[in-house]
Design a protein around this ligand. Structure first.
Ligand code: GCB
Length: 604
């Protein structure tokens, strides 16, 4: 099909053109086209979409997006894809979880659905996709509207100019190939899911609307920065509970104000949130925002001016049945387990998780580390890769910078200490500070195993040194961990961003030695005994809350799973190490409460 149609310049062009995708790799949908959508009415586009996997990229070569609905018997060419009939899949979902034959499929897939539209004069229509893994090209009624890179951040595309009255056809080409220039690259220790796996929605906006809003505490004031699209001279900002109702002038599309205020501070113990509204002309966005400060002082992490210890756990976005698709129940269960463990903090590894996670953490009083997938080997010398990583970081920050729960932006994980990597990561650290100067930056840094010392040039460019160490697992000699502790004198806080061991809880699991539950339990005990002696360690997020699916683990005890979870992949079965960590965190929490309630100088 189409090889012989007038769409190709000559009959065989589509078969010979290996640059077929170049016109569509524009990355034109990015942080600058993102729209802040919290509190806005939306028309959900979730539900059944027509679907087809496309291993050979025939769709882009043949321009499937130009196919317009035509009854099969009226067609004058044989179609290689039927966008308007045939297989459907639910959106959101990961295709691997839907059919066995799609389990290992990596490549392009096509999603098509109808969109009914009644045009209203003076309104603008915007499609928002919560996340599509990894590259997504958007077409409407045969027209290419834009392309997004990055598998875990949202993107928006304006449809206004291309929408027709009546029925429209929306087609998304989603590609999850692992390539050298992407972020992450080809090799990861998690499963490479594919698809539109977060919510899709249509927003109906007035001509002039609020594109972006950033609200935060700045000493004795609330600082508001908003970006307005269209003509506006002022916007009204309100926090009724604080008696704030302020008209902010809009100059060149920017509204900026510093409003004196003394809000009750957000903390894990008192997760206080305020209703916040910004109105501009006919447009309005609403959010619930908490106010707090987070800073570093020497080797301390200070929350609202007082030192804290981050009692954390790492977590992936992974589910036995749903893959990367996240549900409200799943998030609530995850946070309930974290609380049961005694956590006040979670590391959302290794990519931006569903935005609902930070909203819920705001409500429940949990602090978060959020991360971009600059993981292991990345093409650090490639400017296109840097542009992609930088954009993913901006999108994450713009999505979540009104969430009090988020205290750390992490810019990478276990990257080799080369000059190219340092330049790449310094740029990301600068981006994080320019997008949001109110939070801490971090990255999982390196230990010099030969010199037994924390040694990573990146450490100077971030606020908190994340450290992944697996003494007792990948590193055999446990005593070396204590030695690293003694040999290192970091000038800023260290958080143990990972440590742990696999434990196979199934009947296949061994009774002792590596992969046994007893061994995992023992590693936790030893880690805790060593780390508690290091006064610059200001938190930990052991690896990991739940077992998770991964292609690169095929040992007899792994069988396609990373089994370092404190809870098995069923998200129910707790392993004994869970209680070991819970006991330590209970002890730390009790110490903190005692320190807060006993006046300084008093003896017990
Ligand atoms: C790490 C990685 C993490 C892996 C973990 C492991 O250092 O950061 O992604 O899953 O170790 O289990 O080996």
């Amino acid at each position: 099909m189409l090889e012989r149609s007038e769409l190709a310049d000559n009959a065989l062009q589509a078969l010979h053109d290996e640059d077929y995708d170049r016109p569509f790799n524009t990355q034109s949908l990015n942080a600058d086209t993102l729209i802040y959508t919290r509190g806005r009415p939306a028309q959900s586009l979730d539900g059944e979409w027509n679907f087809c996997v496309d291993l050979l990229d025939t769709g882009l070569r043949q321009k499937w997006f130009t196919l317009l609905p035509e009854a099969p018997e009226d067609r004058i060419e044989p179609w290689d894809y039927d966008p308007y009939m045939g297989d459907t899949v639910p959106v959101p979902s990961c295709w691997q979880m839907l059919k066995e034959k799609w389990y290992f499929f990596e490549g392009s897939s096509w999603y098509t659905r109808a969109l009914d539209h009644t045009p209203q004069p003076g309104r603008r229509q915007v499609l928002r996709v919560g996340a599509a893994q990894y590259d997504c090209k958007v077409f409407l009624n045969g027209e290419f509207l834009g392309n997004h890179y990055g598998g875990s951040t949202p993107f928006c595309v304006e449809l206004t100019q291309s929408l027709r009255p009546g029925q429209n056809w929306l087609m998304l080409c989603v590609n999850n190939s692992r390539t050298l220039d992407r972020v992450p690259m080809r090799n990861t220790d998690w499963f490479n899911y594919g698809g539109i796996y977060r919510e899709t929605a249509l927003y109906d906006l007035p001509q002039t609307f609020v594109r972006d809003l950033f609200v935060r505490l700045n000493r004795d004031a609330i600082q508001v920065s908003a970006q307005i699209d269209g003509d506006a001279t002022s916007a009204r900002f309100e926090i009724p509970e604080l008696n704030i109702s302020t008209e902010i002038p809009v100059v060149d599309g920017v509204a900026e104000a510093r409003i004196p205020a003394k809000p009750e501070l957000w903390s894990p113990d008192t997760p206080k949130l305020y209703d916040v509204t910004l109105r501009c002309g006919e447009d309005e966005i609403r959010d619930r925002v908490g106010f707090r400060t987070i800073a570093r002082r020497g080797t301390d992490i200070m929350l609202n001016g007082a030192p804290i210890f981050l009692r954390g756990i790492s977590v992936h976005e992974d589910d036995e049945a749903l893959g990367k698709t996240t549900t409200e129940d799943d998030l609530r269960r995850r946070f309930a387990h974290a609380k049961e463990l005694g956590c006040n903090y979670l590391r959302l590894a290794h990519y931006p998780h569903h935005e609902r996670a930070a909203e819920l953490a705001d409500e429940l009083g949990l602090m978060l580390w959020e991360e971009v997938p600059v993981y292991w080997a990345i093409d650090f010398a490639n400017p296109a890769t840097l542009r992609d990583a930088d954009n993913q970081l901006r999108e994450l920050i713009r999505r979540d910078r009104n969430r009090a729960s988020v205290i750390i932006w992490s810019i990478g994980n276990e990257n080799p200490d080369t000059d190219a990597r340092l330049a790449f990561m310094r740029q990301l650290a600068e981006t994080a500070k320019s997008e949001d100067p109110t939070r801490l930056t971090s990255a999982a840094c390196l230990v010099n195993h030969a010199r037994l010392k924390i040694e990573d040039r990146l450490a100077q460019h971030i606020d908190v040194i994340g450290l992944n160490e697996y003494y007792g697992w990948y590193e055999e000699n446990f005593d070396e961990l204590g030695e690293i502790g003694r040999n290192s004198a970091p000038d800023r806080p260290v958080v143990i961003s990972e440590t742990g061991a696999d434990g196979d809880h199934t009947p296949h699991g061994p009774k002792r030695g590596l992969f046994s539950l007893a061994y995992q339990d023992e590693v936790y005990r030893k880690q805790i005994a060593t780390l508690r002696e290091l006064d610059y360690v200001k938190g930990m997020s052991p690896w990991i809350l739940y077992d998770f699916r991964v292609e690169r683990r095929q040992g007899i005890f792994q069988r396609g799973w990373n089994r370092k979870g404190l809870i098995a992949a069923d998200k129910e079965t707790k392993k004994p190490a869970f209680q070991v960590l819970a006991a330590y965190y209970a002890e730390r929490a009790a110490d903190e409460t005692r320190a807060r309630t006993i006046p300084e100088g008093a003896t017990t």
